[in-house]
Design a protein around this ligand. Structure first.
Ligand SMILES: [Zn+2]
Length: 71
């Protein structure tokens, strides 16, 4: 399989459903980006705490992801 081509005009805004803080903008949802979001969710105490290694689904259930074009 070919690797995915880079899509520099595509960004994702990830915002916490709980506090609706300024979204974290990421180029793609890869591990470092997920880690940022996870860090926020740990700091944001409105939900029950995430486990040591939360499932991606558990993270994504707490955030809203919007695909945006770089302007
Ligand atoms: Zn939050």
């Amino acid at each position: 399989m070919q690797p995915m081509p880079d899509t520099p005009n595509r960004l994702f805004e990830v915002s916490c459903k709980s506090c609706l803080r300024t979204p974290i903008t990421v180029a793609r949802l890869c591990d470092p980006d997920i880690a940022l979001v996870t860090d926020h969710l740990r700091a944001c105490s409105a939900y029950e705490p995430l486990g040591e290694e939360p499932m991606l689904g558990a993270i994504m259930a707490r955030v809203q992801v919007t695909r945006v074009a770089r302007g």
